[in-house]
Design a protein around this ligand. Sequence first.
Ligand code: GLN
Length: 489
Amino acid sequence: MEFINAFELAGKVKRGNISVIEIAELFNKKAKKCQEECNAFISLTPDICIKQAERIDEKIRKNEPLGLLAGVPLAVKDNIAVEGVRLSCASRILKDFISPYNATVIDRIIREDALIIGKTNLDEFAMGSSTEYSSFGYTKNPLDLSRVPGGSSGGSAAAVSYGASLLALGSDTGGSIRQPAAFCGIIGLKPTYGLVSRYGLVAFASSLDQIGPFGKNVIDIALLLTVIQGRDTKDSTSSTVIPEYPSNFLEWIAGKEKNKFNPGIRKWRIGIPNEYLQEGIEESIRKIFDSYTKKLSGYEIEFVNISLPLTQYGISAYYIVATAEASSNLARYDGIRYGTITKDAKNMMEVFTRTRTEGFGEEVKRRIMLGTYVLKSGYYDAYYLKALKIRTLLKRELDKAFESCDFILTPTTPSLPFRFGEKLDDPITMYMSDILTVASNLTGMPSISIPVKSENEKLPAGIQLIGEYFSEPMLLSFSRYLELINEES
Ligand code: GLN
């Protein structure tokens, strides 16, 4: 059962070849072991998992139809609401908070018969790039226990990489799915903004946040995306535009023929932006990327040089927009409405200040202060408004680039997985981990990180593909093409 993918596993369950309770027991055991070795979880949910498995086995006995994720173990980042389970966001302020309802994505995966095995560790409120800013201890990278798994969805990426779960959900505000996917040697997709409902995702920066899938292969990513995407009236930013998938998309993408993924008579046109390979990119990453693109030139791919000069403003714009929205979103944690409340406060003001002082970690406080600062009257025009303008220009720049290419190819991260503590004392260096990923969030475009093998490097690295709005079916097709090329070598 170890090496099976989620798509195949669901197929076996549907054909009645495996008992779901056995799958649940096996993965509960694996999750427990993963927890002991890597601290990938904040809460394990073996009882829920067993109950769900019994319900599915019951359905099988009664010959009822099964869902797309029948019996597939799935881990959920602990900023996504699961009814009756702690929803901590890795924060002291929510350490005892139990979610009274399910996020829309959770309703959807349960409807399709998935098994929830636990809630995964993250940087507090998804702010960070290493999972070191969790108040539940840091998560270790299963591929090298002395290194970080990336962040903020480090727990979800580690759980899948370890094999404690076949699929996981994460959230990506500036790179938090793609960067940990790259660090843990797996695939992670940030969908087009609005494609997946944010209802039940604890808000960090609402105009950037998006839930997305982690998996070990493209078919599993396509499977989970198929389940979670789509219009949701509970989220006013949920899109009414849903990309058109070929009716047999999942079988099609699971196929082994490379050529049928070609967009037609011409080659795939892949844009390489020089600006993504300059300042701040480690030599090791540059080498891996160069040899990867060299390898691809032997296939049905035409490389196009593109120029994205606004890239250099991405990080500044991101950290202004993200902190501004965070400072507003996090105002709700006042000790009254949610979570823990300070003891022995003498008046209302003290309740607020002491609850927040005691409940938030250092990085979250830094962001609230930064966000409040950039929104202050007098500074608003100079910072926040300017960042919004950059956002519009970035979108135009990328739209223009897509006139000459199907996808943009870049490294996912500027460095290989780093060691614990390496970037902890210097927030700016930590923020630079996102230089290659934030543009997709600022513009709302979809992007995916795919692991690349490298001859001289033991540590994992990822390449990132950015696509046009709602280009997920094509993006996944091309990702599958690359996966088949990877399997060849
Ligand atoms: N690392 C980025 C940050 O700290 C992105 C976080 C995320 O995508 N949730 O803001």
